[in-house]
Write a protein of this length. Sequence first.
Length: 306
Amino acid sequence: MRRSRRSLLSRRRNFIQGLSTVLLNCYVLRGAGGFCAPVLNCWACPAANTSCPIGGLQYASGQARLSLAGGASLLSVIPYYLLGTLLLFSATLGRFMCGWLCPFGWLQDLVGRLQHYKLHLPAWTGHLRYVFLIGLVLVVPFYTTQPWFSKLCPQGALEGGLLQPLVDPGLRPLMGTLWYLKEAMLALWLVAFAFIRRPFCRLMCPLGAIFSLFYGISLLQITQNPYQCTDCGWCQRACPAGLDPRKQAGSHLCISCLECQDCPSGAVWAEPIWRKRGGLPPPAPSPGRRGGVEAPPGTPGEPKGV
């Protein structure tokens, strides 16, 4: 019964992602514009209801320099509301928003279904997000007062760059070199979505980088039991983030989508952090057994020392 509920939850993820995209961009909730939704959804979209936290961070960084130059104190330029919102969602849900609520994450999942063969990126590429977070979201806007990440953001190119000129014809004469460059980058990202699983999330997303800082303390924790694992590779093929849950379950790259919860051997599961067990879940198979089947010594995936 427990696994069947997980399977049902996993099958509903696509619907929840679509519903989140509609609610964030249905215009009728426009009054929520002061709320920074913890997902990548461009405020420039004509129908957007909420603000973009990354855009807010860039604005706050640029304004901080101007305020400090005018004699303001350091404490007075800190965006407490924005940082508090991000901290609240990061510490409680981790990257659950990435796997279940983010419109741009949903787009990557949808495009990724068009092509079966996938390229795999090395693990170190997941740290590039912090370069964009520190460089283009914080440092560069501080010195230039310009939101340079937003100028390069493919979600902005999609929701703002494409939709705004459609709604407001008066903007079309302003579509210059930067606009065409940004749309070309969006096209390249769309191609990458088909061949790499969630490449933007891994390589560039600064919001996911912030959430990843709290993956070890978030309320939802994902655990893998090497004793039950049969090394069938099912979880790796199912992971929309291109991870191997046998090695990266609950890592900072995990988007908490829970797709791996349908593991045929029941070796991967999610649970609240207060119920997380440091050892193996009872009843644990006896040493030398994996997935209920005798495993010869040295079988891949068997814990060392057993």
